[in-house]
Design a protein around this ligand. Structure first.
Ligand code: ADP
Length: 446
């Protein structure tokens, strides 16, 4: 195991990684921007280094500053968390060149799976179903139109380098496809400096179901079951749960086995999430692999009892996983609500500010992952997610009851948050009856 690592991230995930380090006896160094000075996790880490001003480009995305901090503090490895540099293969390469272990996959697997078109091809080779669509990147509008007419509308145009729901456009006919082609290309270029796009059949009102996988350097690859992340707003997840409430044991087996096949085909190591869409007929189709730990990982931790961040450190330090698949049991139901500093009455606009009242929920089956506290300031510079509220109970209905109770206990004032909207969703008849899909919020919550 490493003796000291650096955390190239901020907020709740920085704190989450520090906690895993403490339990493993690993020293932790956090880097922070001027805007994050005074954050709780800075006090809890063993060392902390300011790496630049608030702007992410000058701090959390500033590779030279992060590498210098790693060299000065003499760490053996860097954990990138999620977001920022977590899926940047160039950063992983630089770490390796400097003799610092990147806690994540090898840069080659990150490049391969980060290109969604290349990933689709790889997955087809593993005989896992993918959404019908283009064979490679789209050359021009005419090719897109020909293909869309072959597979049938609606279709979705996506950025090969995509992420965070950006660069995606749905089209229902030739005319809208021409428009979508141009906008998706421009958006992809602006967001990812890569305008390569591809086309897929648009699955109408699917559920989003993903499988958590961890692999070691020796190729031992285990899954930690699935998470259902169908409650999304504009393709951004808001509520996640495990197990997926609408699939039976046979489909669950097939899904988890498919995810393992994908990860093995990519000769992947460390934590990954294999994402699928589930259509109304319970057919699942691969959409992408996320080559990092995800925001919603606690849901899988609660139902399996395994600490995924610790496993990331163990695998990266060269330890083989001793667990067998049959040792990983799924117990009960876990639900996570993302608490974002957003004004849901103003189209989910960011709602930064000083927190004057902060009361955490607690009690049986409740976990809160947050770096915030009374008098902390939520700045406007970064992602608006400020806390994750997770519950774990024996059944879905008990988990929903506990979550609603915990949401009502949670006080974060005076800034606006998604607490109210989460409560509304959890009280909705369709949610209670498992009749939701990825368009639920847009259609029923507004
Ligand atoms: P990103 O990497 O930007 O998050 P994904 O490929 O993971 O993009 O897709 C994010 C979400 O977009 C999915 O959870 C789903 O709601 C929607 N989506 C993506 N592809 C399709 C598709 N082919 N049909 C229907 N919905 C889709």
């Amino acid at each position: 195991m490493f003796s000291k690592i650096l955390i190239a991230n901020r907020g709740e995930i920085a704190l989450r990684i520090i906690r895993a380090c403490k339990e493993l006896g690993v020293e932790s160094v956090v880097v922070y921007s001027e805007a994050d000075r005074g954050s709780s996790y800075i006090e809890l880490a063993d060392e902390a280094i300011c790496i630049g001003p608030a702007s992410p480009a000058q701090s959390y995305l500033n590779i030279p500053a992060i590498i210098s901090a790693a060299e000065v503090t003499d760490v053996e490895a860097i954990h990138p968390g999620y977001g920022f540099l977590a899926e940047n293969a160039h950063f992983a390469e630089i770490c390796n060149d400097c003799g610092i272990t990147f806690i994540g996959p090898r840069p080659e697997s990150m490049k391969l799976l980060g290109d969604k078109v290349a990933a689709r091809e790889l997955v087809k080779k593993a005989h896992v179903p993918v959404v019908p669509g283009s064979e490679g990147k789209l050359k021009d509008e005419e090719e897109a139109i020909k293909l869309a007419n072959k597979i049938g509308y609606p279709v979705i145009i996506k950025a090969a380098a995509g992420g965070g729901g950006r660069g995606m456009r749905v089209a229902h006919n030739d005319i809208s496809l021409r428009g979508a082609f141009a906008t998706a290309k421009t958006e992809a270029h602006a967001a990812f400096k890569d305008d390569a796009i591809y086309l897929e059949k648009y699955i109408v009102d699917p559920r989003h179901v993903e499988v958590q996988v961890v692999a070691d350097k020796a190729g031992n690859t285990l899954h930690f079951y699935e998470r259902d992340c169908s409650i999304q707003r504009r393709h951004q997840k808001l509520i996640e749960e495990s197990p997926c409430p609408v699939i039976d044991e046979r489909i669950r087996e097939e899904l988890c086995r498919a995810a393992i096949k994908v990860v093995k085909q990519a000769k992947y190591e460390n934590a990954a999430t294999v994402e699928f869409l589930l259509d109304k007929g319970k057919n699942f189709y691969f959409i992408e692999v996320n080559t990092r730990i995800q925001v919603e990982h606690p849901v899988s931790e609660m139902v399996t009892g395994h600490d995924l961040i610790k496993m990331q450190l163990q695998v990266a330090s060269g330890q083989n996983i001793k667990l067998k698949q049959r040792d990983i049991k799924h117990k009960g139901v876990a639900i996570e609500c993302r608490i974002n500093a957003e004004d849901t009455d103003r189209n989910f606009a960011p709602s930064p500010g000083k927190i004057k009242k902060f009361l955490l929920p607690g009690g049986m089956g409740v976990r809160v992952d947050t770096h915030l506290f009374q008098d902390a300031v939520v700045t406007p510079y970064y992602d608006s997610m400020i806390a994750k509220l997770i519950v774990h109970r024996p059944t879905r209905s008990e988990a929903i009851t506990t979550m609603k109770r915990a949401l009502r206990e949670f006080r974060i004032e005076p800034i606006k948050t998604t607490i109210g909207v989460c409560e509304k969703i959890l009280s909705h008849n369709m949610y209670l009856q498992n009749k939701v899909d990825t368009s639920f919020i847009e259609q029923h919550i507004g």
